[in-house]
Design a protein around this ligand. Structure first.
Ligand code: SF4
Ligand code: FES
Length: 248
């Protein structure tokens, strides 16, 4: 495949970025999108041009690092896959592909396609955990019976990999799908109920402090989420937050 790539280049957070155009040939349809980017970078290095900075780690859809906005969609045109799992067979010979970073005020660009998502880390640190007494009397988690439907829903919510595609897709740059997945994964389990009101209050407050926008129920986040996180989690988080507010 021969392709034209229009890629956002930005030297650092303070510089003004711009789109650069690169031609690439002999791309195999069986390559992953990141392998195609590796190939481009090898060619750029050979020509003495600064390679394109992009995030990646696991390359198997687990770590949530590979944040790219491809042809106007977070993680590109495929569904329920991350950029690292996107294959070049989803494109056609002769295509022009536009590649941008995830854009949101709370995700400032570090360089090229790499953005700073430490705002997500701070939201997690505000409440995305359970405090367990490790004195030696810790109860085996498997000893607590959990209704199957709740266990399934908690597991589905826990599938969120914190990639930020929901934020990049949302017209308001809202982080509600991410935060609601993290809140839900604990709210549905007895182990999470102990700190539930503090958790939802602190995580939502931190989300607001980080400068994410509000949810207006558009639903684009759910469509572009590579892990199929359901909007149902946002409704659950809103209920949890209301309960916590009334409880004071
Ligand atoms: S909810 Fe989906 S899109 Fe958002 S961070 Fe989690 S996995 Fe990524
Ligand atoms: S590189 Fe880990 S999810 Fe893509």
């Amino acid at each position: 495949m021969n392709l034209t790539l229009k890629i956002w280049r930005q030297a650092n957070a303070d510089s003004k970025g711009k789109t650069e155009t690169y031609k690439i040939s002999e791309v195999s349809p069986d390559m992953s999108f990141l392998e195609m980017m590796d190939m481009l970078n090898e060619e750029l290095i050979e020509k003495g041009i600064d390679p394109v900075a992009f995030d990646h780690d696991c390359r198997e859809g687990i770590c949530g690092m590979c944040s790219m906005f491809i042809n106007g969609e977070a993680h590109g045109p495929d569904r329920l896959v991350t950029t690292c799992q996107l294959h070049m067979r989803k494109f056609n010979d002769g295509d022009t592909i536009t590649i941008e970073p995830f854009r949101a005020k709370a995700f400032p660009v570090i360089k090229d396609l790499t953005v700073d998502r430490s705002s997500f880390d701070r939201i997690q640190q505000a409440g995305g955990f359970v405090s367990v007494n490790t004195s030696g009397n810790t109860q085996d988690a498997n000893a607590i019976p959990i209704e199957k439907s709740n266990a399934d829903k908690a597991f589905d919510a826990a599938a969120c990999i914190g990639c930020g595609a929901c934020v990049a897709t949302c017209k308001n740059a809202s982080a509600m799908l991410f935060v609601s997945a993290k809140v839900s994964q604990y709210a549905l389990l007895p182990q999470g109920k102990v700190e539930a009101t503090d958790r939802v209050t602190n995580m939502v407050n931190q989300m607001d402090e980080e400068g994410f926008g509000n949810c207006t129920n558009t639903g684009a986040c759910e469509v572009e989420c590579p892990k199929g996180i359901s909007l149902e989690n946002i409704a659950r988080m809103n209920r949890e937050y209301l309960y916590a507010s009334l409880k004071g």
